[in-house]
Design a binder for this molecule. Sequence first.
Ligand code: GRF
Length: 202
Amino acid sequence: MTPTAVFISGTGTNLQALIDHWRSGNAAYDLKLVVSNIAGVAGLQKAQAAGLKTQVLSHKDFADKESFDRVLDQTLREQGIELVALAGFMRLLSPWFVRTWAGKLVNIHPSLLPAFTGLQTHQKAIDYGVRYSGCSVIFVDEGVDSGAIIEQAVVPVLPDDTAQTLAARILVEEHRIFPLALDEVARGRVALLAGRVVRKTI
Ligand code: GRF
């Protein structure tokens, strides 16, 4: 199993989905560490309840993005981590970190990329008037939500949706596809090659 860390900043429902799949005994990733850049968030309690090692690294304690990311990198190496899942981690990582972990850094985003990158994705989808939105699991690159797509799920946008109701419907699919996509990467069945996803069919 691939030693894996999860980075969070908040509630951690995606973290919980990763924990549940890992605990089922069918996962190819082995959860070793949860890092939060914010102290006291609910996701840290979920990690601790699962018996996972946790670490709070506040970006506010560092002079700049890269010095924060260097400590993150050092922490991962000390724990023998080979794969990192960003599960609601609300910080952009430096180009240096992203390059260092290319192909091993996976993020979940609540839209059908390349549509609606960045924040307030659900409101953007409603305002645009799309009939379908969804979620995407990607390899992180140096852009904002621009990495190669590993997996996606489609969710209808209903006439009376608010950002909250749409987010809740999409979150169900996030929890379904994130563990499966992370598994595919951990098994080496999906890899990043020259900025594109390569899938092994056997
Ligand atoms: C999710 O919608 C994720 O796609 C986005 O932030 C939200 C985090 O939710 N990046 P949670 O902390 O996993 O509950």
